[in-house]
Write a protein that binds this ligand. Structure first.
Ligand code: DAH
Length: 408
């Protein structure tokens, strides 16, 4: 045939005689790949100028020609992509190429969209070719990306050479607070004797802090422990003794516990006072607990804390929730009891309050004082830290100056 019949796509109608027209559409390159249009009806054009393009041919002989065209077109797309990939030097550029060829509006997708112009018999093969081309371009992109990343990594490593002979940066390491060291020591001693470590609330009901400890409204002991009130009935606890009540109310006997924690009082700050400090409460309840148990336990505690030679002395005292009550002194671990500046010449240092649990306290918490007895004690944690580390001003413990803390 000397020429081709070209029919503008918009004019293509199925009743045209397929057997006579070999080609209905032209995607001649001279029109930028667009079908020759604007011509009404079929048009004959020179063979050399207008190669057959998207073919919609029912004529059996021509089956396969659309596939051939597509094959060429895809090869051309692939070759162009390869050229661009090889020329690109940056990851961004590769991304651009990916979008341009494989993206939603990319060239390969456009080819897929034009499938409807391919003879139905050719479509599966052409579809497969498009997919293969996509895979190949993807592979090329991936390989190029990996190559670029490797080069970048190598360049970075070269730039970041470490000089191992440089002096190391000094890490500043924190330090345990003397209070913490003292608390851990006390806990170690009592846990070793089979005690449990428990905690109680810092915000407390008047009942737990005073009433249930035998300090009713109007009792002078309440005046001694003035505190911060949240409401008339809720306050910041003044003593860890309130934990005794919580533990007794649980109804699980026997009890052998220590309860460390923060307490509050409306005190002015000075070398020996602070509005917030710490105590460790102790409580033992069982059948047949006597004052000897109290003495033996606390003497052992003192020896472990201050040294083997430490002696203890119990002086009668008054606490509303214990009867009898006492204060315990330890022999001065500085002078051994002969008297020095540390123990103010007396040879003894006051260390804690203690006593046998008051029967009324038992009753209020639902424990039968005929059946059970017990002892309790309360130690000031700061007092132990100050004594043990020979610190003469309590305020130093709250400043958190690392130069001070580092010494312990
Ligand atoms: N809670 C008392 C206080 O803050 C200390 C104390 C004394 C606790 C005697 C006790 C005890 O358990 O038996 O002054």
């Amino acid at each position: 045939m000397a020429g081709r019949w070209v029919v503008p796509r918009s004019r293509f109608v199925p009743d045209i005689d397929f057997m006579q027209c070999q080609v209905f559409l032209c995607a001649a390159p001279c029109r930028g790949g667009k079908p020759l249009c604007g011509t009404r009806g079929a048009q004959r054009v020179g063979e050399e100028e207008h190669a057959p393009a998207r073919m919609y041919i029912r004529n059996k002989e021509n089956i396969g020609k659309g596939e051939k065209y597509m094959k060429e077109k895809l090869a051309q797309i692939k070759a162009e992509a390869l050229k661009q990939i090889e020329a690109s030097e940056q990851l961004d550029k590769l991304n651009e190429i990916r979008v341009n060829y494989l993206g939603k509006k990319g060239q390969l997708t456009a080819v897929l969209k034009s499938m409807k112009e391919v003879a139905p018999e050719d479509r599966p093969k052409v579809g497969q070719m498009v997919n293969e081309t996509r895979e190949e371009i993807e592979k090329l992109l991936e390989a190029s990306k990996r190559k670029m990343e490797r080069a970048l990594r190598e360049a970075k490593m070269k730039a970041e050479v470490i000089d191992v002979t440089l002096p190391a940066k000094k890490n500043s390491v924190g330090h345990r607070h003397p209070n913490t060291i003292a608390l851990e020591e006390v806990e170690r001693i009592f846990v070793g004797m089979g005690y449990e470590v428990v905690e109680g609330p810092e915000i407390e009901k008047d009942y737990y802090n005073f009433e249930a400890l035998n300090i009713p409204d109007g009792h002078p002991a309440k005046d001694e422990q003035d505190t911060f009130y949240i409401t008339g009935d809720i306050l910041l606890r003044t003593q860890t003794s309130s934990t005794q009540v919580h533990e007794m109310e649980k109804g699980k006997l026997p009890i052998r516990m220590i309860a460390p924690g923060r307490v509050f009082r409306s005190d002015e700050v000075d070398a020996t006072h602070s509005p917030s400090f710490h105590q460790i409460e102790g409580l033992v309840i069982d059948k047949n607990i006597t004052f000897s148990d109290l003495k033996g336990t606390l003497a052992e505690f003192a020896r472990e804390l201050f040294g083997d030679k430490t002696k203890v002395k119990f002086r009668p005292h008054h606490f509303p929730f214990t009867e009898p009550s006492a204060e315990m002194d330890v022999s001065c671990f500085k002078c051994g009891g002969s008297g020095c500046r540390f123990c103010k010449g007396s040879g003894w240092i006051e260390i804690l309050g203690c006593g046998m649990v008051h029967p009324h306290v038992f009753e209020m918490s639902g424990i039968n004082p005929e059946e059970y007895t017990g002892f309790a004690f309360g130690v000031g944690l700061e007092r132990i830290a100050l004594l043990k580390y020979e610190i003469d001003d309590m305020r130093l413990l709250y400043e958190n100056d690392i130069r001070f803390l580092r010494q312990f």
